[in-house]
Structure formats: C-alpha cells, structure tokens
Design a protein around this ligand. Structure first.
Ligand code: AQP
Length: 335
C-alpha cells in the first residue's frame, strides 16, 4: 500500500501508437519494479498525443489498449495511482501557469521539438512546442522526486526541474525538484532497420519496431530481418556495430542478463543463431503478457473502474498542489 513517507514517482507514455520494446525497456520495466517501494503516479498521457494527427477512433483505441497493456505487464492499481491525463483537469491548468514561468528560449532548445518539427514540417503546432511544459506540469503536480524515463526524455525532466526552481525562487518553495532515473540497460532502444535512430511507436516502417502486441511469428520475422554488419562477431560496440549492440541490449532487457554476459554467451556463434535467440527471449517474455492482455482488454467494466478510482486519487493530490500554486501566484480564492 502507499504511504505518505514513500518518495513520489511520476511517469507516463503517450498513446500515439502501440507500446514498443523501447517503451518497456526505457520506462515501463522500471515502473513495475518501483511500485512496491514508491508512491507511484502512472498515467496514459492522452493530452500529449494530440500534438500529432490521429483519427479520433484510432486515438480512443490506442488509449484503451495502452491502459490494458500497462495492467497486463504488471502495473497494479492497488499499489499505484493509474489514470488518464485528460481525466485530471489540473494538468492543463498548471501547464498554463508554468507556461508563464518558462522562457521561450529554453523551450526552443528541446531536442525532441527540433527533431519532430523536422520529421513533420506540415504540423509544427504550438502544442508540440509546449509539450515539455505540460510534461513539467504532469510531474510537478504530484511533487514527484523521481521520474523513470528513457534517455530521450531526460532533457524534458531537466527542464521541469529548471521551471520548478524558477517558480520556487520567484514565489517561495512550492515544488519538489524532480530527477530523471534511467534504466541501467535499455535507456535507448534503437530501430531494427535503422539502428542509429530510436525505436519509436509512430515510425512509418513497422519492421523497424517491435510492438508488445506483435505475435510470435511477427517478432521472429522482424528480428531475422534486423540490420547488422558484415563483421560476423557478436560484441558490444555502439559506434562501429550499432545493430549488434542494440540486439545485445534488447536481449539483456528481455532475458534479464547483463550485456557483458550476453556478449560471452553469443561470442562463438554466428549472427543467425544470435538473432534467433534474441527473438525467442522477446517471444517468451511476451507470451504471458499477451495472454493476460486479452483477458483484461475484454473486461471493459474493470478498465472503467480502474480509471475512475485512479482519476479520483490523482485529482485529489493534484488539486492540493494547484491550489497552493494559485494562492502563491495571487489568484483570488473562489468563495
Ligand atoms: N526506443 C526507446 N528506448 C528507450 N526508451 C524509450 N521510450 C520511448 N521509446 C524508447 C521511453 O518511453 C517513455 C514514453 O515515451 P512516450 O511515448 O511518451 O514518448 P516518446 O519518447 O516520444 O516515445 P515514442 O515511442 O518515440 O513516441 P512517438 O513515436 O509518438 O514520438 C519515455 O520515458 C521514453 O523515454
């Protein structure tokens, strides 16, 4: 059970598509491991998703499927607060206050904004630019000390910390300063076809990415086709052997062994056997998760009840912080 003396954690994934091996390695694996020892707030970040164009039907499906997948992976609503971001209005409300305490220049430096603007120049909307400020609101509302994220989100957590520091010194101590926590292995999983680019759920090439919902044949086919090199030596060398290094990292995350042990295990075999073993480790991991997913996804009443309880718990904690912020800024209290 949660107790108030536990450190607070916040983390989220946005339902722009189905969860990938990268989402699990970078974030969800840590979320699950931390549930017992921390007061965890985990959410499906649906507000963040509308910075990209999604049909309402796909978006709704992505959101429900992501929630069911969180539960199937082992996120326990009895141990943490699990909710949808749009169900707690304080996220958008705090974001506005934080917007007015964020410098345009610091938001403009965000790497993800620059990369996403380049990838889709037709849709560089203000929401995309403002995304890290909403993310700061997500974290600061719950007074989170720890934010388990993958490498690409580290810069956003650092921005949240800077915004909190600025607010605290402008008004008075209000927010806990958050720290990003990265996994030891798998902080950045790369694409199987392009192993120098992050594996992303919204990638146009489905072969670059393994989804947690992929069936065994698809997983094996994608690993078999993974880009490697002509060196025929299984060794971790990110600069010169990005494909093999990425596969070693994936094996380490899903077989739960250190990369150095995986390197030794496959040192004497060829690439074909190695790829086969990486695929099998992922398939073995996914088998029980997908069986659980099918049960949970079919139980709409259960999913609704998880969201209702989660929204109530999250809204209560969020409102406490937002009221404090409103008072400090100087908004008159509602009679
Ligand atoms: N490939 C990855 N390796 C390690 N960690 C990853 N994460 C995402 N991809 C990888 C981590 O998962 C968390 C949730 O990320 P998100 O979905 O909210 O945002 P994202 O980082 O933009 O993820 P995607 O898959 O790349 O989404 P799209 O395609 O919509 O932009 C974060 O902690 C992230 O670091």
């Amino acid at each position: 059970m949660q107790t108030s003396d536990k450190k607070v954690i916040f983390s989220a994934v946005k339902p722009t598509g189905a969860l990938t091996l990268g989402s699990y390695a970078g974030a969800l694996k840590n979320w699950i491991a931390m549930q017992d020892d921390y007061n965890c707030y985990y959410c499906v970040a649906d507000l963040h998703s509308i910075t990209v164009r999604l049909s309402p039907a796909d978006f709704r499906r992505n959101t429900s499927e992501m929630l069911a997948m969180y539960l199937a992976l082992g996120i326990r609503p009895e141990k943490c607060t699990l909710f949808l971001q749009s169900h707690v209005s304080a996220h958008a409300e705090l974001a506005w206050v934080l917007n007015c305490n964020t410098l345009f220049g610091e938001a403009r430096r965000m790497t993800q904004f620059k990369e996403k603007s380049k990838r889709d120049p037709e849709n560089v909307n203000v929401g995309l630019f403002d995304y890290p400020v909403l993310m700061a609101a997500d974290i600061l509302l719950y007074q989170a000390e720890i934010v388990p994220v993958g490498e690409d989100q580290k810069q956003h957590v650092e921005l949240a910390r800077n915004i909190a520091q600025r607010f605290n010194s402008r008004y008075s101590p209000t927010f806990v300063l958050p720290e990003p926590v990265l996994p030891r292995s798998g902080a950045k999983i790369y694409g199987l076809q392009d192993p120098v680019k992050k594996m992303s759920k919204s990638n146009d090439n489905p072969n670059d990415c393994v989804y947690l919902s992929d069936d065994a044949d698809t997983v094996m086919r994608k690993f078999k086709a993974a880009v490697t090199d002509s060196d025929a030596r299984v060794a971790y060398d990110k600069a010169n052997k990005p494909g093999i290094s990425n596969l070693l990292t994936i094996y380490s995350v899903f077989a739960d062994v250190p990369v150095s042990a995986a390197e030794k295990q496959f040192a004497d075999g060829g690439y074909a056997r190695f790829k086969q073993c990486v695929g099998e480790a992922v398939v073995e991991f996914l088998r029980p998760v997908q069986a659980e997913y099918r049960k949970i996804a079919a139980d709409k009443a259960y999913l609704q009840s998880v969201l209702k309880t989660g929204a109530e718990k999250a809204a209560y904690a969020a409102r406490k912080t937002l009221s404090k912020v409103y008072r400090k800024v100087g908004f008159l209290e509602k009679a």
